[in-house]
Ligand binder design. Structure first.
Ligand code: TYD
Length: 207
């Protein structure tokens, strides 16, 4: 495959969406063809799954939740991401398999290695070329969410120890794969973050 697959990860309220959009604009202006995607919900099927995963009332068993995210991922990768990468496009995606390891593994306390294997099976082994982790404490994440909305989805509504486990898991993943990850403090100004991300992406493009 000739394209480039860049993912954004981080806790709720870390500003992934803002930064992935800014990077998409920057690359598009430089003449690249960019596909912006997200999980859950990057496809028509994914939009339906997203509604169930995030907004269904009542309990969803942790393994069922992991499988729903994996189903969304399998369809998104097969129908949108792989075809784009095969065309040579750049795919920028909000969240990918590291989110499953952090949220379903560390958050819901499933076996992280099994969750990762499930995602890799679903995505036929596709790994990102670069993963930008916007690191934020659970407390700061909560404050940001509170200032921007009144209702929370099923994951956002989890308590702060859940979100601290998620954060620690992301940091552990980044430590284990330092070449794939760019870790930035989400509390830095938006422009400074965007510049740091552009610098790293430019390096990748010049490889
Ligand atoms: P997202 O749309 O990124 O929400 P936000 O923009 O508010 O961060 O993701 C929705 C939620 O789904 C988010 O709380 C993280 C969670 N999630 C998982 O638990 N596992 C996964 O594999 C993915 C992709 C997301």
């Amino acid at each position: 495959m000739t394209g480039l697959f860049i993912t954004f990860e981080g806790g709720d309220g870390s500003g992934k969406t803002t930064q992935s959009r800014l990077l998409t604009e920057w690359l598009t202006q430089a003449g690249h063809t960019v596909v912006h995607s997200r999980e859950p919900g990057g496809t028509d099927l994914g939009v339906e799954l997203r509604e169930i995963i995030l907004h269904r009332r009542g309990y969803i068993a942790p393994c069922a939740e992991a499988l729903l995210y994996a189903a969304d991922r399998a369809h998104n990768i097969a129908t949108r991401v792989r075809p784009a990468l095969e065309r040579g496009d750049i795919v920028i995606q909000d969240r990918y398999l590291d989110s499953s390891v952090a949220y379903q593994g560390a958050g819901r306390v499933l076996d992280s290695a099994e969750v990762r294997e499930l995602s890799l099976w679903a995505a036929e082994g596709l790994m990102p070329d670069l993963t930008v982790l916007l690191d934020l404490s659970a407390e700061d994440g909560r404050e940001r969410l509170e200032s921007s909305r009144d209702t929370y989805d099923r994951l956002e509504a989890e308590k702060s120890d859940f979100h601290e486990r998620v954060r620690d898991s992301f940091l552990g993943l980044a430590e284990a794969e330092p070449r794939r990850f760019l870790v930035l403090a989400a509390t830095e100004p938006i422009d400074a973050l965007a510049t740091a991300i552009q610098t790293r992406v430019a390096e990748l493009l010049n490889r």
